[in-house]
Design a protein around this ligand. Sequence first.
Ligand code: AMP
Ligand code: MG
Length: 487
Amino acid sequence: MRTLESLNFDNSYARLPERFYHRVDPKPLKGAHLISFNPEVAALLDLDACQVGPEALARFFGGHELLPGSEPLAMKYTGHQFGVYNPDLGDGRGLLLGEVVNAAGERWDLHLKGSGQTAFSRFGDGRAVLRSSIREYLAGEAMQGLGIATTRGLCLVGSDDYTMREGMEPCAMLLRVSRCHIRFGHFEHFYYRRMHDDLKLLADYCIERYFPDLAGDENPYRSMFARVIDSTAALVARWQAHGFVHGVLNTDNMSLLGETFDYGPYTFLDQYRPDYVSNQNDHQGRYVFRGQPGVVLWNLACLGQALLPLVEREDLEAQLQRFTALYESCELARFRDRLGLVQVETDDAALVDELKALMAEQRIDPTRFFRRLGDFDGGEASIAALMELWPDPSRLTDWLLRYRERLERESSDAAARRARMHAVNPKYILRNYMAEEAIRAARQGDFRPVNELMALLRRPYDEQPEFERFAGEPPDWAGAICLTCSS
Ligand code: AMP
Ligand code: MG
């Protein structure tokens, strides 16, 4: 195990040519203080949680001091924002501090978000506010708990600095940890600038680092693109199955490894609403919940386009054409899991589609519904428990009958099915109101709610009686929470 001062840095990205980034140090936050520390992420870095103190964390991750071995840099990338290409992007308020290689040989990026202006800040102040930093920190842990690929946070640092967002808001920094900070937009930058040698260099870097088994393929870049299609289809299938709306699916927010990335105005749906738009600035509803698989495919096509100098057009198109069927089969598999179905029957897709249509019509809370469905045994009490969640219970009756018949054709017994379903249908998800309560408390200097939610969300499938109140109906004001791009 290591201390903060002896982390095993090896900064492969910093060894790429200087045109790939801009070197700059973090700008310190006034009154930097630790709000939360995540020992699970510390373990990924071989960091001994018992040896790290809050003061040291606030110093290193509040921008006051550099970790030995860290070489901070702002990555250059571009991307399509709401369908429009923007050549001027890059890390405008976050820095890659370096890469830590642990004893198992895993390489983790340390990215300090909110660390001040860089060459790519444009008109921005380079800061992140407490509100959005808490939301990103909690979301990473919630996703991880659900088993959905994601970046995570090592720690969250607050400050006495304020900046203008929705009124004056306190600044914060989040130390984000992930295997990958390469975005689709990294490739787009070199493609649109016609820097094809650098495009190849970037692709070779990614293959060596992330897909070494593809290095010997006839065209490793084509194989890499196929991998990105696979992981991204699997990711968005999980989003759809868990009611997650990302909010800003621009190509600069898409990770090459298919991880949920750059959390902003996201929502875990309280009600199953295919037409839900999470970001109030998204006036056209480009990133509406039901549209996510389609925009993700559009984003993959942007990445494919950027790979044209390296891969034949027909090959890229053939890969893109695999996406929809792959996505659909992943999504169906996730819903089969949620319904406790092990056997595969051709009518399962219809059973799932019908349930989705009914949930949308009745605006059902999918989390509470699926959790209770695990307890369904055909008996009066379990039917009543389900009906309780339906404004018009008669709308559920036919479907429930079909579902019961379908369950009778499964070979496993009821107890096994219940256990299986409870292991994939969370009791707790990160609802917007929960994050909002934690933000309000943190702004009053009470960091307990943030830390409680971290503990809760890490184990969303477990019964946690002390947190029972989060398993119930969201409060009335939850529907009025307004999320925007501002962060
Ligand atoms: P986002 O909407 O957070 O994904 O950010 C889009 C782009 O704007 C990225 O290049 C960010 O680095 C940059 N950006 C966002 N907020 C700020 C800020 N406050 N200061 C500087 N750059 C920012
Ligand atoms: Mg972003």
